[in-house]
Design a protein around this ligand. Structure first.
Ligand code: SMO
Length: 758
């Protein structure tokens, strides 16, 4: 292959490094209004009275919106396919607020400063209501956070269960009873945040034809179009969503977050409007990873083979349920797609609390699964007297295996049968073992204040949502043998435009600079469900490949017509007949435009897949524990990934190197504490500590040789997989160093000191 597997330059690289105005906020529009939201200061209350007269009277205020301005229309902010799998439990503005940060009102003003002043002039009288802050008490609170009237899709309103799932294959209780070993443990993961560099920004205006244009930092332009049209009761044909370059999403932008508010301002005032979340708002009024309390029971026989996996999930949705069902489904699916066990069972409840809203965050439920699963595998290996790498090697799914959970548990729908066509997890483990010096370092005897340890974990993810995700592509040829590639797929900083260009270039026999990519604009690019669930390379990439193949076929056909021959083939960038006559791409396209056989050479295609081949990862972490302070330092992380054929090694490495610090943050430094009134505390990056360059360990990142037969050129996904295994690898390393088993993230030095066994 000429282009696939090579480090081509990013198609948007130069513009990005030169600081060109490529992001949502990088445009100047005249007469723009600035929108600010009044967030609830209380965790649960009825709005008895809301007086906006003083705010409206302030000079420069164009509009103030309260719940009285909207007819109640329940929707979900989750940017997912239709019909949405989660509950419709949210209004644009409601007369009840359910968490500190909930929307009470919003204002539009001539300047940001005036908008902020106006917020302070809005008088709200709240009647405070009892709160639920503890997810374990949500189902028995005795009162409901949401009404049953008007809402839909809430699993059990009275018990505050947003979503529920249960599934069983085989007889788990019987299998556990007859197992030679049973290991059980309950683990939890905290609220953590994507911390994208670019916050949520949306700008709206009316075009010449009175259509609503939404320029927004989103992963899901088509879902934005559908949902905004629906909640504001305007036809889809009147909405255009433009996605420029995006400064990171990680799931946080798989959400219709503020687009509907600015759109309402523009529709009411006829003027352009803009909203930008501050960093503080990002941390309390955007979305965070759902905390989960997860219990696993693992049964093993005397040969150290799994007999049963029993999984119980309690998911904290916060005040509303976007992604409630599907995140929990992914927790179950990914946990039960790693190891072969004859009997498997999952029970899960996603419950409402009066806390900030859980949403999509890279891994999408899988990190919550692999932290407990891989911790328990570590414990099992020790108790059964087998090396933890060897225990995993014995139990992982192999090529040709059915993944039974895939059939019974889809993302919000029934699943599809799935066979594993590619896995190099064994190669990943073996390579990680070597690169980390596992066999030497794992058993070193230690004394003194600082103790080192090594821990391993494995993980899987998916490549798109089977039977749901769909991408499409349009390619047209230009007379200089360049091609426009238009995709609905949403590059959010990952480099997917470049990967898609490489796929098109490979098919068309041209260099990547001949592919002009445009993503995405709902007026100009064909439909795509969006950039989530690690779907872009696998799903949208397959659409690009098909479209390019159609285009290539058309070049050949046009070439044959123009050469007046029956048979010919494409060699480099010419069509060459059997008798040696040939015509270049340029000539074929130019003639096709202007003189003979006139036609536009183009190709268009869609792709959907019932397969979602899992990428796999093996991570080994080396840590040093300070036995005087309990502080853990990660020294080195070895991460080996099977992502199928790698399209662009540098960019794939970038995905892994970006995922590891996010995972280490969840393991060691990130969490969102709330005070006794449900107010979030860590609202800036001084107190909410994401992993920075200064914290980073040495990274060793490798890819296994792999080929996925169902993927474009053998590719699987690489976006989410790196975030799953590092946390349990670190906590297993802590156990190896000092004998402390961490069950609740993030790691707390005080707990290490308390539990220390030296
Ligand atoms: S968490 Mo991603 O947007 O599936």
């Amino acid at each position: 292959m000429k282009v696939i597997g090579k480090d081509t330059e990013r198609v948007d690289g130069l513009a990005l490094v030169k600081g060109k105005p490529v992001f949502a906020d990088d445009i100047a529009i005249k007469d723009m209004l600035h929108v600010k939201i009044l967030h609830s200061p209380v965790a649960h209350a009825k709005i008895l009275e809301i007086d906006t007269s003083k705010a409206l009277a302030l000079e420069g205020v164009a509009a103030v919106f309260t719940h009285k301005d909207f007819t109640p229309h329940y929707y979900t902010t989750a940017g997912q396919g239709y019909p949405e799998p989660g509950p419709r439990d949210m209004l644009i503005l409601d007369s009840t607020v359910r968490f500190v940060g909930d929307r009470v009102a919003f204002v539009a003003a001539e300047t940001l400063e005036i908008a902020e002043q106006a917020l302070e002039l809005i008088r709200v009288e709240y009647e405070e209501l009892p709160c639920i802050f503890d997810m374990e008490k949500a189902m028995t609170a005795g009162f409901a956070l949401h009404p049953s009237e008007g809402t839909s899709g809430i699993h059990d309103v009275s018990r505050n269960v947003a979503a529920h799932l249960d599934a069983e294959l085989g007889d788990v209780d019987a299998a556990i009873k007859t197992s030679d070993y049973v290991f059980e443990g309950t683990y939890s993961t905290p609220f953590v945040q994507m911390a994208s560099i670019e916050p949520h920004i949306s700008i709206t205006w009316l075009d010449d034809n009175n259509r609503l244009v939404i320029r927004t930092s989103t992963q899901v332009p088509y879902h934005v179009r559908r949902i905004v049209a629906e909640v504001l009761d305007i036809p889809v044909s009147r909405v255009r969503v433009i996605k420029p370059r995006i400064g990171g999403g990680f799931g946080g932008k798989q959400e219709i977050l503020n687009e509907e508010l600015v759109a309402a301002v523009t529709l009411k005032t006829g003027r352009p409007a803009r909203i930008e979340y501050t960093r503080e708002e990002e941390l309390f009024a955007a979305r965070l990873r759902h905390p989960e309390l997860v219990t696993f029971r693992l049964g093993f026989d005397n040969n150290q083979m799994l007999t049963a996996i029993d999984l119980n999930i309690l998911e904290n949705c916060g005040a509303y349920g976007p992604h409630a069902l599907t995140v929990m489904s992914v927790t179950a699916q990914k946990a039960l797609s790693m190891y072969k066990a004859p009997s498997i069972r999952v029970n899960g409840d996603g419950v409402y609390t009066n806390l900030t809203i859980g949403g999509a965050y890279r891994g999408y439920g899988a990190p919550q699964a692999f932290f407990p699963l891989e911790s328990l595998m570590d414990e099992a290996a020790e108790q059964m007297g087998i090396d933890p790498i060897d225990l995993r090697l014995k139990n992982v799914f192999q090529v040709g295996d059915d993944i039974p959970i895939a059939k019974i548990l889809g993302e919000g729908r029934e699943g599809f049968p799935m066979v594993l066509y590619s896995t190099e997890i064994a190669a990943c483990l073996n390579q990680a073992r070597e690169l980390s010096n596992w066999d030497q370092l794992r058993h070193q005897q230690q004394t003194g204040r600082f103790r080192k340890g090594l821990g391993v974990a494995v993980a899987g993810q998916g490549s798109g949502i089977p039977g749901i995700d769909m991408g499409s592509a349009f390619i047209k040829m230009n007379e200089d043998a360049s091609f426009n590639l238009q995709v609905g797929a949403t590059d959010l900083g990952t480099g997917s435009d470049t990967a898609l260009a490489q796929i098109a270039a490979e098919v068309l026999n041209v260099s990547v600079d001949k592919i002009i990519v445009y993503s995405s604009d709902t007026d100009l690019t064909p439909f795509d469900t969006g950039a989530y669930a690690s779907s872009t390379t696998y799903i949208s990439g397959s659409a690009v490949k098909k479209a390019a193949e159609i285009c290539r076929e058309m070049i050949l056909e046009q070439g044959k017509k123009l050469l007046q021959v029956e048979s010919a083939e494409i060699i480099d960038t010419s069509v060459v007949a059997a008798d040696g006559a040939s015509m270049s791409y340029q000539d074929i396209c130019t003639k096709s435009f202007y003189t003979e056989e006139q036609v536009q050479i183009m190709g268009t295609a869609s792709h959907m897949s019932y397969d979602s081949p899992p990428p796999f990862n093996a991570t080994i972490a080396e840590v040093e524990v300070d036995t005087l302070t309990g502080v853990v330092r990660v020294i080195k992380v070895v991460s080996v990934t099977d992502a199928g054929q790698i399209i662009n090694p540098k960019m794939a490495e970038g995905q892994i190197e970006g995922g590891i610090p996010q995972a280490l943050g969840m393991a060691l430094t990130e969490f969102m504490p709330f005070d006794e009134k449900g107010r979030p505390i860590n609202l800036d990056f001084n107190s909410y500590h994401i992993y920075t360059a200064l914290d980073m360990p040495e990274l060793v990142v490798r890819f296994a040789d792999s080929h996925e037969p169902t993927g474009p050129y053998g590719a699987k996904a690489v976006a989410e997989i790196p975030i799953n295994a590092p946390a349990p690898a670190v906590t297993n390393a802590i156990y190896n160093a000092v004998g402390v088993r961490v069950k609740h993230l993030p790691v707390k030095p005080a707990q290490i000191l308390h539990d220390l066994k030296l």
